[in-house]
Write a protein that binds this ligand. Structure first.
Ligand code: THU
Length: 159
């Protein structure tokens, strides 16, 4: 396995990781997922050391549903404003039988998470059955960046 794909060294203590996973598990209890049956909870840890949670919310018009990570990010932005920085995110999921299932974050949420933390630690149950911590840059090595010629930058609107 290439170096870049190895789980990163833990940046959180075991206790902090478990606490973030517990916040994500609690969020999952409120998930609204009648169509997929996959309930997802996410918890982000901000640079201030505060955690914010989100769950997935589906819709009968399927594309209108939203991911747990997206909603956790929105809660964090609401609480801390545009200067928000994220240190870590924990993501958990359960199927219709209430069994924990692997939940590597979707591609769109990887880009959303990267926006608020270049060094973000991403914690989730992998398809190998192990809860591991990954660097966001390893999960999204070719992320979208604004071209310099656009005159915009990803830090332009931070206060
Ligand atoms: N889902 C998430 O909440 N996060 C992800 O990273 C992937 C998928 C949700 C969206 C939808 O409600 C359900 O899982 C099935 O796709």
């Amino acid at each position: 396995m290439a170096d870049r794909q190895r789980p990163m060294d833990p940046v959180l203590s075991d206790a902090a990781r478990d606490a973030l996973l517990a916040v994500a598990e609690a969020a999952l209890l409120n998930a609204y997922a009648p169509y997929s049956g996959l309930r997802v909870g996410a918890a982000v840890l901000t640079g201030r050391g505060v955690s914010h949670a989100g769950c997935n919310v589906e819709n009968r018009a399927y594309p209108l549903g939203g991911c747990a990570e997206h909603h956790a990010i929105a809660a964090a932005v609401l609480a801390e404003g545009p200067g928000l920085r994220l240190r870590a995110v924990a993501i958990v999921a359960r199927d219709v039988d209430d069994h924990p299932v692997p939940i590597p974050p979707c591609g769109g949420c990887r880009q959303r998470l990267l926006e608020f933390g270049d060094d973000l630690a991403v914690i989730f149950l992998g398809r190998d059955g192990v809860i591991a911590t990954h660097a966001i840059r390893d999960l999204l090595p070719a992320s979208f960046e604004l071209p310099p010629s656009s005159g915009l930058s990803s830090s332009a609107s931070r206060r």
